[in-house]
Design a protein around this ligand. Structure first.
Ligand SMILES: [Zn+2]
Length: 586
């Protein structure tokens, strides 16, 4: 990729496996066989992996260096690219004695020691921990693995108020830090900004350390899944500058599955693309129902998550914590889809003309439920939940069968005809201006509820629903704008009667489909039945229609796209030529 220093990243599709728990268990029992482990992963069809010699990011490799060297040799022989996994988010409580000022502290001044039940979380602002973790990365980079994957660091949902964080915050802002999680506190955005900058500064350092040893070692970290980032401090857009690829846990689902949208992997892939368009993207898929390591997904659930990931322009990482053989056929099948598509999956970009606007500042300042994750341990519920509005818009388009992308800035609206802004309560002046430009150029804007009502620092804009914002842009009820949308494309969607009655759409509703010219066209019943979700992507001169079928029958249809039309000839895409029949990925 143009933004990566690493020549091999972005050249071919990644199929990443992680069996760290299984390997370490075997290692502890003295049964770990590097050749056997690598051969098994390749036999399942993977070409890359996360591998850990079971060190925390505060330790040195020590005697494990030999294990890692042996393993890297066996993996290299078989063409398996190894990302060495480093744990930067958890430490045993016994470490506190040796390193009393490395770990995160809560608002009351107490060291946080209940991470995953019992454990500590390192603080990136602690110079001692930072230097120690950089030394380990240097040591690992010297062994020349394919890459280094950092699981963490992140901020704890209750931290951090260690002496390093407190003094740096107070020096920067001249005030005491507010209590974390009190979104109503006017100082809270400053705390969020401070923590995001702290993590970015750590990653910049980590990236430089690794690249100074060996520029061919790729670096990436466990990024922020869709949702508020105030708890962890991860800002994917900023952090992507110091990574060769980006990834997030879009395929981790916890506890009550009704609380997690089935489209979370696809949503994550779309968001990562908007946040880091120049980098390869990875959606981390747990092969188990979190948090239970031995509660495996069914093969269909796993395939569904993989299919969504691929159809939305990302690669999957499959985390296997327990192996019974039950998923062997499913993982081979997913890997065979990737093999069949080959480099068609590389370097794609979304070509949808419908977009949902993602406002990270609304997540972080207005309030959005913080979904449960390994880092937060539980769902953080809030009074005002922005995320639900996004889920609603997302599901509506998904069920209508309209291909769409996410946009995180008005600068990403080239080629977009319809933009849905679901309750983006916090818009900066620049964003509001950008949306106005979009409307003035003929774009259709769908804005709901409190969109644009607040500035980024909490000052309410002089706007009420229906009152004009800078003349043109209005916050309108969703249904009214949907009607306009239908008028614009000259088609009333039968489904809108169901919408008007407030009923959920079902999978049989006819709707709109993006036609070959990038325009919305009516789609028949059968067509939509066969296409619950689809994605148009461009790759160089090729236009791909990636079909993601919820019934686990993904197909990639390849079409040749002629040279783009001369400037000023309008937005419509030229007539594509078929370059052979659809390529079945079975
Ligand atoms: Zn701290």
């Amino acid at each position: 990729m143009e933004n990566s220093l690493v020549s091999w990243v972005g050249r071919w599709p990644l199929k990443i496996i992680d069996t760290i728990l299984i390997d370490s268990e075997n290692f502890r029992k003295g049964m770990f066989d590097p050749a056997k482990s690598a051969a098994w992963k390749v036999e399942l069809g993977f070409n890359s992996e996360h591998f850990s010699p079971a060190v925390k990011a505060y330790e040195r490799l020590g005697e494990l260096k030999g294990v890692l060297e042996d393993y890297l040799r066996e993996a290299r022989k078989r063409g398996l690219r190894v990302f060495v996994y480093l744990n930067g988010h958890w430490a045993d409580v016994s470490q506190l004695k040796a390193h009393p000022d490395w770990f995160q502290v809560d608002y009351s001044g107490k060291v946080i020691d209940d991470v995953y039940g019992r454990g500590l979380m390192p603080c990136v602002n602690s110079p001692g921990w930072r230097e120690s973790s950089y030394s380990l990365m240097e040591e690992v980079a010297e062994l020349g693995p394919g890459g280094i994957f950092l699981d963490g660091p992140v901020f704890h949902v209750r931290g951090c108020y260690c002496r390093w964080c407190r003094s740096a915050f107070e020096e920067r802002y001249g005030i005491e830090p507010p209590r974390k999680g009190d979104l109503a506190d006017p100082r809270h955005p400053q705390l969020v900004g401070f923590q995001k900058e702290s993590l970015a500064s750590y990653m910049r350092g980590a990236y430089e350390v690794v690249k100074s040893v060996n520029p061919e070692v790729a670096v990436y970290m466990n990024g922020q899944p869709p949702g508020p980032a105030w708890a962890t401090g991860r800002d994917n857009e900023i952090l992507s500058r110091y990574q060769d690829l980006v990834g997030a846990e879009g395929g981790f689902e916890y506890y009550n599955l009704f609380e997690t949208p089935v489209f979370k992997p696809g949503l994550t892939a779309k968001l990562l693309e908007a946040q880091a368009p120049g980098k390869p993207r990875v959606v981390f898929i747990a092969a188990n129902h979190r948090p239970w390591c031995r509660e495996l997904l069914t093969p269909a659930e796993l395939l569904n998550r993989c299919a969504q990931t691929l159809a939305n322009g990302a690669f999957y990482w499959i985390g296997i914590t327990w192996w019974s053989g039950k998923l062997a056929e499913a993982v081979r099948r997913a890997n065979s889809w990737v093999d069949a598509a080959g480099d068609l999956l590389v370097g794609t970009r979304d070509a949808s003309s419908v977009a949902i606007y993602w406002s990270q500042s609304t997540c972080d300042y207005y309030g959005g439920e913080v979904p449960v994750s390994d880092f937060t341990g539980e769902t953080k519920r809030v009074a005002r939940d922005y995320l639900k509005s996004v889920y609603g818009a997302y599901e509506m388009l998904l069920r209508l069968g309209v291909p769409f992308k996410l946009a995180t800035s008005p600068r990403q609206l080239d080629g977009v005809e319809v933009l849905i802004v679901p309750n983006a309560a916090y818009l900066s002046d620049e964003e509001a201006e950008g949306l106005r430009d979009f409307v003035e150029k003929g774009g259709v804007l769908v804005a709901s509820f409190e969109t644009g009502l607040y500035g980024p620092r909490g000052a309410a804009r002089q706007l009420r629903s229906g009152r004009p914002l800078r003349g043109r842009l209005r916050a309108k009820p969703l249904l009214r704008i949907l009607r306009e949308l239908h008028d614009r494309v000259g088609r009333v969607v039968p489904g809108d009667r169901a919408l008007a009655r407030g009923q959920a759409l079902d999978g049989r509703t006819s709707g709109l489909l993006l036609g070959e010219h990038g325009r919305l066209v009516p789609a028949g019943q059968a067509e939509l039945d066969a296409l619950p979700a689809a994605q148009r992507v461009r790759q160089g001169s090729r236009l791909l229609l990636l079909r993601q079928l919820l019934r686990n029958v993904p197909r990639v249809q390849v079409q040749q796209l002629p040279e783009p039309p001369a400037q000023g000839s309008g937005r419509a895409l030229p007539e594509p030529r078929r370059a052979g029949g659809p390529l079945e990925l079975r």
